[in-house]
Ligand binder design. Sequence first.
Ligand code: PHE
Ligand code: ZN
Length: 879
Amino acid sequence: MRADNAPVIRLEDYQPTDYLIDTVSLAIGLHPTETRVTATLALRPNPAGHAGASLALDGDELVFVSAALDGSPLAADAYTASPEKFVLHRPPQQPFTLTIETCVNPTANTKLMGLYRSNGTYCTQCEADGFRRITYFLDRPDVLSVYTTRIEADTDTPLLLGNGNPAEAGALAEGRHFAVWHDPFPKPSYLFAIVGGDLDHVEDVFTTASGRKVKVAVYVERGKRERARYALDALQRAMRWDEEVFGREYDLDVFNIVAVSAFNMGAMENKGLNIFNDKYVLASADTATDSDYANIEAVIAHEYFHNWTGNRITCRDWFQLCLKEGLTVFRDQEFSSDARSRPVKRIADVRVLRSAQFPEDAGPLAHPVRPRAYKEINNFYTATVYEKGAELIRVLKTLVGGQHFRRGMDLYFERHDGTAATIEEFIACFAEASGRDLSAFSQWYEQAGTPRLSARGRYDAGAKTYTLTLAQTTLPTPDQPEKRPMVIPVALGLIGESGRELPLTTADGATDGGVLVLDGAERTVIFTDVVERPVPSLLRGFSAPAILDLDLTDDDLLVLFAHDTDAFNQWQAAQTVATRIIVRAVDALHAGGTVQVPVGLAQALGHFLDARALRDPAFAAQVLSLPGEADIAREIGENIDPEAIFTARKAVRETLGQALAGKLAHLYGELAIDAPYSPDAAQAGKRALRNGVLGLLTAGDAARGEALARAQFDAATNMTDRLGALSVLSLVAGEAREAALQAFYDRYRDDPLVLDKWFALQASIPEAGTLERVKRLLSHPAFSLSNPNRTRALIGSFAMANLTQFARADGAGFAFVADVILQLDPANPQVASRLSTAFRTWKTLEPGRRAHAEAALRRIAAATPLSQDVADIVTRSLA
Ligand code: PHE
Ligand code: ZN
């Protein structure tokens, strides 16, 4: 169906179902091309529904075989069955069972939704609406049922996993065997899963706080067992943390994680049987970077945490997606903060928010954290729902305070366990726990767009007062021309020019706990007894997802960089100064001038490195990592010329690299690690800084940097150092680069996940030759458009992480990506659709590039056939 004629689904139209399904009994006979599914559903009329209504079950590409009511075959006129629907015309008005047999072909399933095969392993993906590709069902999250699943397969598929606890297993005639799984917790169909395969695994026993023993296991393809150990360890740390911090214990006898190589998303929280993209499971020193390890830890924790936030309490409808996703991202962020460095994690998360969510919120695809309407739900697994959704939980916690937050969570778990809830119900728990009116806060869920917060301060030396005025505005977004003020908690402090933190005294106690709440368009506060001219440190810890517009000078910002007690704002101050310098450099280049040497910043960075680099390398690495091209583009906002930004940023890095050359070289030596590799935060921080130092050093002195990079590449004992060196080398055209790329390929030619890094790195080279290189790599034997990770590595990196080349002035980058989207769409619309979001900032480009982007989008929009997924994205992008 085309998006133009696809129905719009609206929140306000929500209706409960006319029937409920209490239990589901599934018998699945696995077969590569003809898998038989027999579903026996125990149904009854829903007291909240329409009495006597017909029963319409969802299907998608299903082959209907047979149907029976209470055990007797249905008469032909009692039902209609098509690939998309099964309708029982006159259902009984008391409890009844419906048995439906369907047939599916997992081998031909290239959409990777429903039952499919990944390298021969049978696996499923049901969220959001893939269960209907397995059997006819009321495939929506507010229908909760108890599932029993019997899986039958040939003995060459020895491992058979399902949701819940194992109940029974055994051998059958003719080389077949079976396993029965029973999940006692009622769940929606999107949490259903099975796996069938011949896999290796690692396992352990986790003892919960109340003393129950849980068998935990991670399953991976044969030969990759050792690479599963870190994931298993992360899982158990996450289980313990959720007990300690949220009081949540695991509830089944087993918890299984299965890694598959073909997966549309990151991972999936199916009850008791998480299925993962193997990129978020497999790790070894030789194949995974420190960031891979950190991502694995975060995603393992995320999916585990869903067991309570998502599974035990699920979503009433897909509009409430942030109820499980924003909350669970918040929980995984907190877990990683506790496991590593809190400020560094906060900086990393805000970087993701700004680079992924801010552009979404500022462009044609903007939508509220809780959307009001959608055509294709798969297009709403967005940075807004996930990352901004997590920020809103953080805002809520700041507003009500830590204790009330925890009490609100407890109340939520107690009150809504076993149900499908809404955002209103969630917020009500915190209103009740804190005794506060949170109706104004809940606007954050309804209004799209990032608020712009401006701050103006005036110091009166005679009166010793500091008057601070905060104001907010939000630009219009699609369907929301008028914006209301949001409730913005502004965590703040005042830093004296001497560098000390000044006490916050106001007549009315407006800044309790160092937080000032702005809940109208503007607010002015007068601080008294301010003994020296202060520099305000605002939005500490990034206390709300807003864009801060400061009236501070570069020198003021450097005071914050040197003295702020809030690590986030210390980092932010350096970033803001660097951003201003690069934006000025862009302006200078446009005016035909030259780039100014950023003396003040160079000096400040020098002092900072002397004082902090060896004490807190992970933080220092964040400071040295200057704003990227996309950050600068966002700051400039319109008529973007990516080449100018690239040139300006490069020039600034060059001058900084030269100014700091001595210190950088010294640090590079000091930061070398003798000990054997460990992915822990301390070692990872050192490597991150050392690689950052190498990059800046090379920016200042190419010959020297390259020599160091080549030596590091040759001597590396782990992937972080090897890839860090290779990415520095990749920026310099010539034989050395090609030789290093070849050496890397030769070493890892049989390792798809590592080759993804190799594809991604080449696709990210900011040079005119890259498009040809990417086109060549499309036909590399290791590349395949049918594997989402390969596609994202090569095409995704080109479109999302190589601004100058994707947005080439001649339009060839856009045209190429459009071609790939159209080629991929018939096989895997979800991955094609995600790729097409690379165009989301097209309207901010200068007119020439904008016209090319528009032409590419129009060409996609006009193609037939086109999936509803891609049609929805391109239509909204063009609107
Ligand atoms: N629910 C998954 C998560 O966030 C993401 C996902 C969505 C996976 C849709 C597959 C399909 O943990
Ligand atoms: Zn999730």
